[in-house]
Design a protein around this ligand. Sequence first.
Ligand code: F6R
Length: 242
Amino acid sequence: MNIRIFEHEEDLNVTGAGIITSLLQTKPRAVLGLATGSSPVGIYKQLIAMVQKDLVSFAQASSFNLDEYVGLPAEHSESYRSFMNEQLFHHIDIDLDKTYIPDGNAPDLAQECEAYEQRLEDRGPVDLQILGIGHNGHIGFNEPGTELTGRTHVVALKEETRKANARFFDSLDQVPTQAITMGVGTILKAKQILLIARGEEKAEIIRQAFMGPITTECPASLLQCHPNVVVLLDRAAGRWVK
Ligand code: F6R
């Protein structure tokens, strides 16, 4: 586990974007695993700036997102499809047909999960998976519990996760109660993982995830089993890292 702590946001974003662009330079057809949420946004901005300066191209790359809400139309402003289009895809030269996000409106959600997992098997493995971390240690929407699910599946969102995401909706009632998420096994199949966390509010869960025991009660702690994880933290999130 390679944990790096940055004093300046800009340096964190440049380093994160640099890991992604180095991969694309050596492997233009790379398969990227992408995340929504606030943690990767600064890195996405940096990537957009680099594409605009012709320093990197996503033209041959493809991407798989970690998750999507169940029941929001894709065009809803808070769907993860809309988020990715606005924060990244519409500003870079990636082929939108090769950006995969689970369909949270599929008529048969179990079949959609199986099809997503199969597509990952056919086109993967993911070369580089980007992750944020929930306050409760979730990765993707793999919420803490006594058991975790390996493959892509439908998950009931914990109340704390719905509350954390309510900031993007008019009210808590509007936050979906379910999501489709890659499973922990799906995530761990990526060749390399890049986890980003920012802010004091993530300091304690970062300590538990990377300095505590491996436990399903903190899904991110399972990343300790992966041989190639890079963690980028700002000083506040890395407060307890020795
Ligand atoms: C997003 C995702 C979530 C977030 C996590 C952290 O696709 O799967 O696990 O990465 O909830 O969210 P932020 O970055 O908003 O703190």
